[in-house]
Write a protein that binds this ligand. Structure first.
Ligand SMILES: *[C@@H]1O[C@H](CO)[C@@H](O)[C@H](O)[C@H]1NC(C)=O
Ligand SMILES: *[C@@H]1O[C@H](CO)[C@@H](O)[C@H](O)[C@H]1NC(C)=O
Ligand SMILES: *[C@@H]1O[C@H](CO)[C@@H](O)[C@H](O)[C@H]1NC(C)=O
Length: 319
């Protein structure tokens, strides 16, 4: 039993032991979440040299979080390491409201479609029926609605009676205001070619440049990830397997004891010549045991005759 517990614990903690060995291992915040590897790192789990400045991520439960300057928290939906693109989604509350504080020039990222960026003018309007589709629901309060009108358009084109201009938002894409999505790219560090070739990009020992190293047949860290998964799966499988075997052995020995007791009672009664009533199930159990015995006797090449004597020999053998 103690060995059983020991190896169960070994398989439970084995994955943790493996994780502890290499701190720059590829990680992720959830099973379907984006992989985190150079130039990104998990800033709470991995040392600085695992990533590049400005590429610090962390996990908020199962979400992968990036903080853009200044204090704009966004969720990372997808990282394309080969094309050096990152897909982000607004986190906690209203992204359009926080765009005022977003300053990408203080980050390593740029807008992906920077040729399609527009400036918008934000209007605070009384909530009446208007033929304007550029509503930003999360900025509205009861009785008021907020619209973002592209600054290149003529405000005469819009029904802006009883509206107040609040502010201007420069250089954004409509889907950022509408769907709270941000698609960014980075050019530094340049690892795209290395990634596209399936190699490993990392900081060189001088920590001033990146280096591209050949990946063995499978990525070491991914191999490790597989090993961790394999360890966890095997551990869980063996644990469950052990429990099943343990229960089976336990219950079958209990069953045998019970059957034996019934047979002994039968024999006792037979010897005392005072037959007792047996339930159908009990008789079936006894005959099954006798039949098993019959098979094993037949295997040994002995002729088996159905009778009390045989029954006695058979049952004696099982006890
Ligand atoms: C954005 O950040 C850069 C670098 O920190 C700074 O020079 C610039 O003034 C900032 N722009 C705004 C609009 O705050
Ligand atoms: C719009 O105006 C109303 C009334 O003055 C105000 O309560 C609300 O906060 C304003 N909304 C924005 C986003 O400024
Ligand atoms: C680090 O960089 C300096 C200058 O760029 C170079 O002289 C030196 O050999 C490098 N050291 C290593 C360990 O690569």
């Amino acid at each position: 039993m103690s060995i059983f517990i020991c190896y169960k614990f070994f398989f439970l903690f084995f994955p943790l032991l493996v994780v502890g060995l290499d701190d720059c291992t590829t990680t992720r915040c959830s099973k379907g979440g984006p992989t985190i590897r150079f130039p990104f790192r998990n800033k709470f789990l991995q040392p600085e040299h695992c990533g590049y400045p400005g590429f610090d991520l962390y996990c908020d439960k199962s979400k992968t979080v990036l903080e853009l300057p200044f204090s704009v928290k966004v969720e990372v939906k997808k990282i394309d390491y080969a094309s050096q693109e990152i897909h982000l989604h607004g986190l906690d509350g209203c992204l359009p409201q926080k765009l005022l504080y977003l300053n990408l020039s203080a980050s390593p990222f740029q807008f992906l479609e920077d040729d399609r960026l527009s400036n918008y003018v934000m209007f605070n309007c009384t909530a009446v029926e208007r033929k304007i589709y550029n509503n930003i629901p999360c900025l509205g309060v009861p009785g008021y609605q907020v619209y973002c009108i592209p600054s290149y358009s003529h405000s005469d084109d819009y029904d802006l009676t009883s509206c107040i201009k609040i502010r201007e938002i420069s250089s954004v894409l409509w889907y950022t205001l509408d769907q709270h999505d941000l698609h960014l790219k980075w050019s530094e560090p340049y690892c795209g070619k290395c990634e596209a070739q399936g190699n490993i990009c990392s900081l060189d020992t001088n920590k001033s440049r990146t280096q591209c190293t050949n990946k063995p047949k499978t990525h070491r860290s991914e191999q490790r990830g597989d090993l961790i998964n394999a360890g966890a799966t095997l551990g869980a499988f063996l644990s469950v397997g052990s429990l099943v075997v343990f229960y089976y052995v336990y219950s079958s020995s209990r069953m045998k004891k019970k059957n034996r007791a019934t047979i002994e009672k039968f024999l006792e009664d037979y010897r005392a010549l005072k037959p007792t009533r047996f339930s159908y199930a009990e008789i079936r159990n006894i005959t099954n045991q006798i039949q098993n015995e019959e098979k094993s006797v037949a295997k040994q090449g002995k002729k088996f005759t159905w009778g009390t004597e045989a029954l006695l020999t058979a049952t004696k053998k099982t006890t």
